[in-house]
Every structure is written in C-alpha cells, then in structure tokens.
Design a protein. Structure first.
Length: 236
C-alpha cells in the first residue's frame, strides 16, 4: 500500500525537478494520522513529531516523497547547455481530519453503518479531530492564495470532540431512523476494520498554522455545524 501511495507522487516530483519552470505551489493531501494511532490526549500541532503505527508510517512515507520539492535546485538546460537556479516551489502538506458533511465523510459512514457503529468507542473518552466540508474547502483555497502558508498544515477545527459527544449530537440532530447501539470494544469488528481503527485514533490536533495566518473557521464548534446541516433538534 505504501509503495502504491508514494510511488506516483515521488515520480511526479522527480519530473517537476527536471523542469525549468515549476509550479508556484504544490499541495499534498495527508492526514492527522501522521501523528500516530495511540489513545492519548496529547496536543499536537504542525511542529510535533511523527507518531507510531501503520497509518502514521504510511502518511509519513507519503509526505517524505515530496521532500525534494522543498529546496530550489540547480538544473541543466538542455537547450542552452547552462546551469541555473530554478524558483522554489511552495510546498503545502494538508493534514486532514475527519471531514463532516451531511452526505460525505464520517457522518455518511456512521449513518449507513448504524447497525454496527459503536457510539462510545473507548468509553467515549477519545477525541475526534474534525472539520466541516465548507471549512475544508475554504482552507484549501486559503492555502493556495496565502503565500505565508507552507509546509504541514492541520485541517482541523480548533475544538475537538469526544466520541461520546459526537454520538450525542448525532442522536440529537440526525433523522430519528438512525439508531444507536452502544457496544463493547469487541463489537468494533463489525463496523469495518479501517474505519474503526482510524476513528479510534485520539489526539488533540490544533490548527496552529491556519490560525496564525488569519484563517477564520465558519464552524469552529460541532453543534453549530449540526444546526446548519439538520436544523432544530429531534423532538424528545
């Protein structure tokens, strides 16, 4: 999997390094899984080190595959037979959290797998990094046009939520046909291995670079997003 994920990106970077005219900005999509899959509540930002685990290693390798674009290179011009310094490409690595939308991402998985989804993973204490689809798209556009944004950037709301809080909000706002079934950890196998493992990851990632560069979140807290998506709460 790692070779398939990094091979194409590395090949593209090698081609770009041979060009006399390079793109001003190169954006790579990565994940907060870079910081590891432990269940601690440690706070991490873009300056934090890579964590441990399968997904951390995968995204670490993926990000390393674009390292050659960070510094300007001396290249040969085959036409003029001279060496010159080409301009530096601004590299932006977007580390995505769970993107939340009514029809996409984590909510879609939750609602379409409601029979098996576990509402209170790890007793509901682990935190979930998330970002609304609107804010994710705006952040990508912000990264494209703001030259101060470079290197790793956490695409995550400033307010992480626990699994228990997410379960409460889904029960409170989503259509009543969505039924929650509390379960023990052993039932995690039924919710899908990759998704289950990723949602169990817990860290309190912070959008330090976005905040420092002046980005403003439209939905900084999860309940305001649920109100936007679903309107008033379900009747009790």
């Amino acid at each position: 999997v790692s070779t398939q994920s990094t091979g194409g990106t590395q090949f593209l970077c090698e081609l770009l390094n041979k060009c006399s005219i390079v793109p001003e900005t190169f954006i790579l999509a990565s994940s907060l899984s870079y910081y590891g899959d432990d269940l601690s509540e440690k706070k991490v930002d873009e300056d934090s080190e890579k964590g441990y685990g399968v997904f951390s290693d995968l995204y670490g390798s993926w990000e390393s595959s674009v390292a050659s674009l960070i510094s300007p290179k001396t290249v040969e011009s085959p036409r003029d037979n001279v060496s010159f310094k080409k301009d530096e490409t601004r590299l932006v690595i977007l580390r995505f959290s769970h993107v939340i939308s009514a029809d996409l991402g984590i909510l879609r998985k939750i609602l379409t797998n409601k029979k098996f989804f576990v509402a209170s993973l790890t007793e509901g204490k682990s935190s979930i990094g998330w970002i609304s689809l609107d804010d994710a798209l705006e952040a990508i556009y912000f990264a494209l046009r703001c030259s101060a944004v470079h290197g790793p950037v956490n695409l995550v709301s400033p307010n992480a939520v626990s699994n228990h809080c997410l379960a409460d909000l889904v029960s409170k706002y989503t259509p009543s046909k969505s039924t929650w079934i509390p379960s023990m950890k052993g039932m995690l196998k039924g919710s899908g291995g990759s998704f289950s493992r990723r949602i169990k990851q817990s860290n309190r990632a912070e959008p330090t670079k976005l905040s420092r560069c002046g980005f403003e979140f439209r939905f900084p807290d999860l309940e305001s997003l649920f109100i936007h998506l679903y309107g008033t709460p379900n009747p009790k």
